[in-house]
Design a protein around this ligand. Sequence first.
Ligand code: HAM
Length: 423
Amino acid sequence: MAKKLQAIRGMNDVLPSDTPHWQRLESILQNLMISYGYQEVRSPLLEPTELFVRTIGEVTDIVSKEMYTFEDRNGDSLTLRPEGTASCVRLGLEHGLLHNQTQRLWYMGPMFRHERPQKGRYRQFHQFGVEVFGLPGPDIDVEVLLLAARLWRLLGIENKVRLEINTLGTMACRARYREALVVYLQENPDQLDEDSKKRLNTNPLRILDSKNPALKNLISGAPKLLDYLNDSAREHFSRLKSMLDGLGIKYLVNPNLVRGLDYYCNTVFEWVTDELGSQGAICAGGHYDNLVAELGGQSTPAIGFAIGLERLLALVVENWKLEVVLHVYLVMLGEEAEIAGFNLAEELHDVLPALRLLSNCSGGDLGKQLKRADKSGAKLALILDKSKLDINCVTVKYLRENKSEITLQIGGIEKFLKEECLA
Ligand code: HAM
């Protein structure tokens, strides 16, 4: 027997019972972006592998072990995008959007990482992200945090998420700090686990982010990045904090928040929740002021964040009981009634575009069609048959309410449906 075909592990189908949630979330996000003056960009799902190697960093988990990379028929190495920032920078540079300009951009779509799937962690997942170019901050840092905070309020989850912030300083501060950290960690080799031994020479800052409880003491005794900041990084961070204080945005400074992608500097942040188990990061981002120049552009400050939409939906869906309910099921008895019925349906779609109407297909007698009407969840059945059509009428049957059937003139249907279904 042929093997049963299934979706790839960690890649989810979205079924009709779930699409209304996705659609509502997407439309809230779109409207939010319009109201803040951000513009949407859409980039290909496939990019040259080199783009991610040069931006996210060769020794990060994403690049070293999680990318879907393959050679295409020309022998070019391509990668399914694991995140959106690199593509946004590439797109901005390629189309001349970044040179001496400010841009406030957003995107939404699938990303791909070959991680170990578990609740809240998938191999194809969806991100909504914003990326702002040409503004050094910290005012823009505040703006992007305010718009995330507004989103939580719009979704009614402001009490389920909290903001953690940190600063990584400039590249120079980070280099000095990295040296001090490596010296400290090397002095305590027996306290390092396998993972951190590997990271010691490649990406030591990530050790601070370790979830291994055995490293807790080692990490808490480590030198603090905040002590290695230069004046401009210190000033940026303290102005950010005082603006957040002034605006009443609560935050926690987490000195161990370092992020798993290499391009960050200055402010980094995460909105986290305790309600989703170990995959609690809902939204994460920060500044990446060197990236545009590293990819060949003029030096351009940049900041952004991305939200994992599966995680966000898992937080909000319990407040949403969304079902798209049909208004009308059109019962048509006989060919003449079918032609009249499809005609009527088209006229109704013209004049009442918000009306949700399903036409019966594949015939059946009255009983059979009414059974389907009932199953469809529609509020009303409109019944067309020759005897009523001959006198220009249709029958209306209430499917959910205990009201008796009525006969309506065809000319009066539009007004009737508007009042019954769309008021
Ligand atoms: P990231 O922290 O790798 O950052 O991902 C951002 C968010 O995407 C995470 O906080 C999480 O909600 C979601 N996410 C990541 N991996 C998965 C997964 N395997 N399954 C489900 N959700 C996931 C970035 O991607 C940066 N590009 C963010 C950014 C934008 N920084 C500056 N601009």
